[in-house]
Design a protein around this ligand. Structure first.
Ligand SMILES: [Zn+2]
Ligand SMILES: [Zn+2]
Length: 252
């Protein structure tokens, strides 16, 4: 897997971040490993077959995988769930409750993309908006509900940017990509919600933040502010529109 730890935004935080694109849709799986305790988390175990899973497993050799975090329940993000849960049976599986339908239907959904994989095991922990997940000594992730691409889509943010002067780290799933955003043509997607979720990222997180997306290579919030037409639209929309969305979703 490719380590991102030497990137300026990530260096010096006391944990390693690595990623690898897997499966027919080139979906990124991320690993986070605490430097002090060797405790680890996987975000979106997207490995598609045993040889891809072996890459993930080798990278985590000797580490204690305590958490599997799911940005959402689409097939490409959960195709390695069965292997991961078998390998690390004590790891907690975190999913937002509004994503349970997508998660349950992931194998059906995958068939539309020619994907076949074993049934993902049920989640063990509900993701709560605004909740903090602690992994080892050094990793603290804030969960933010960011619907649109999927109703229970979340991002996980290391929101320590104010202290490090390096921006936040956002594990962003399929919300925001370099120059683009996640699809909203699924039956339970909403472009309206996706735009509000984009606005939320900019309202709540540091402008220098690095975005580790579910597909393609990392980008930065400030770069997308300049170059991404969806971000421009979300940021130029009226304040009342955003306040209305906040209320609708119960965001604090
Ligand atoms: Zn998706
Ligand atoms: Zn995806």
């Amino acid at each position: 897997m490719r380590s991102l730890t030497r990137r300026k935004a990530i260096a010096g935080r006391g944990y390693e971040v690595a990623y690898q694109a897997f499966g027919p849709l080139a979906c990124n799986a991320y690993t986070l490993i605490c430097d002090v305790t060797n405790e680890a988390a996987i975000v979106d175990p997207s490995s598609y077959d045993s040889s891809e899973f072996a890459i993930l497993k080798d990278h985590l050799e000797g580490k204690e995988v305590k958490h599997i975090l799911l940005t959402h329940g689409h097939a490409d993000h959960v195709s390695g769930m069965a292997d991961a849960a078998k390998q690390w049976p004590n790891a907690k599986i975190h999913l937002h409750p509004l994503e349970e339908e997508n998660y349950r239907m992931a194998r059906e959904h995958g068939k539309n993309f020619g994907m076949e994989f074993p049934k993902p095991p049920p989640p063990t922990d509900e993701i709560v908006d605004g909740g903090i997940l602690k992994i080892g000594e050094n990793i603290k992730l804030k969960c933010l509900h960011t619907p649109g691409h999927a109703p229970g889509h979340v991002v996980f943010a290391d929101a320590a940017g104010q202290q490090t002067d390096n921006g936040d780290i956002i594990l962003g799933g399929d919300l925001l990509f370099r120059g683009s955003v996640g699809r909203t043509d699924f039956f339970n997607s909403s472009m309206e919600d996706l735009l509000a979720s984009l606005r939320r990222l900019y309202e709540e997180l540091h402008d220098e933040s690095i975005v580790l997306s579910g597909h393609t290579t990392p980008t930065y919030l400030n770069k997308e502010r300049e170059e991404n037409p969806f971000v421009a639209h979300a940021l130029n929309s009226p304040e009342e529109w955003y306040q209305e969305a906040k209320k609708r979703h119960g965001w604090k």
